[in-house]
Design a protein around this ligand. Structure first.
Ligand code: ADP
Ligand code: MG
Length: 248
């Protein structure tokens, strides 16, 4: 059973976050007063129509992008008080990313892809850490394969291993099943669920798929840059029902 205990410090807190981008027609608001708690050791799904600000929200929460106003607090760290150098350390060591297109380096083997962040972080890479990360995603026998020799689902599992090996406080996944067939998508969701339940990690993910969202502890609905709803202990049916409400 996963924990959604409100008395502990959340993994991330967003407080009235606003963000706009410039456009030819003037400044366009993308996040409007977004306040949100992402609980530790929980899987939170963010849903909403294309262009509703989901990726911007994740990027602001992870310190990759900066809000125009409002606060992002990672653990006990207010990101607005961090220097560029401190933010770089946070991006490398405290948060991890999983992308829709996997973003593996094609010239490197699965093993080398997983080892890369550790190599950049620490220089020497303990072999057992990499092997263990590959084992956790069920790919220890694919260590020598290059991405092109792996299926989409296997590539995403390598990408997850690459993220987990750095032991981030929070894993952000932007549509991690968006390029996968249904079966591989379920496998990826099972893995993300396991990293919360067994490894005690925190995951925030964007998805369009109500079945994927049903793996979450909580679903947050965004529409036009605003949080318009939340659903705890979601089922695919309840999620689909909520989505049809916001789509109208
Ligand atoms: P979502 O992930 O929900 O599809 P995004 O957060 O990617 O939405 O984008 C929300 C809005 O912000 C879109 O209208 C998009 O065009 C705009 N946007 C996102 N990133 C930038 C950027 N770097 N520069 C200008 N506009 C951007
Ligand atoms: Mg997006």
């Amino acid at each position: 059973m996963s924990l959604l205990c409100d008395t502990r410090l959340p993994a991330i807190q967003l407080v009235t976050v606003c963000k706009s981008y410039p456009s030819a027609a003037g400044s366009v608001p993308v996040l409007r007063d977004v306040s949100l708690l992402l609980q530790k050791q929980a899987l939170t799904a963010v849903m909403g129509p294309s262009g509703s600000g989901k990726t911007t929200l994740l990027n602001c929460a992870a310190g990759l992008d900066q809000p125009d106003s409002g606060k992002v607090i990672l653990g006990a760290t207010d990101l607005a008080t961090c220097s560029e150098r401190e933010l770089t350390v946070i991006r490398r060591q405290r948060v991890g990313f999983v992308f829709q297109q996997f973003n593996l380096l094609p010239m490197l083997t699965a093993y080398e892809n997983v080892a890369l962040p550790l190599r950049l972080q620490r220089g020497r890479v303990p072999r057992n850490l990499v092997t263990e990360a590959l084992r956790q995603v069920g790919l220890e026998d694919k260590a020598r394969q290059r991405p092109a020799q792996l299926s989409g689902g296997q590539q995403q599992r390598v990408a997850i291993a690459r993220t987990l090996v750095g032991e981030p406080e929070i894993v952000f996944a932007d549509e991690p099943t968006g390029s996968l067939d249904r079966r591989s998508g379920r496998q990826i969701m099972g893995l993300l669920r396991d990293t919360v339940d067994r490894a005690g990690r925190t995951v925030a993910m964007v998805t369009h798929d109500p079945v994927a969202a049903a793996y979450a502890d909580r679903v947050v609905f965004l529409s036009d840059g605003r949080v318009v709803g939340q659903l705890d202990h979601p089922t695919a049916d309840k999620v689909a029902q909520q989505l049809s409400m916001w789509d109208q």
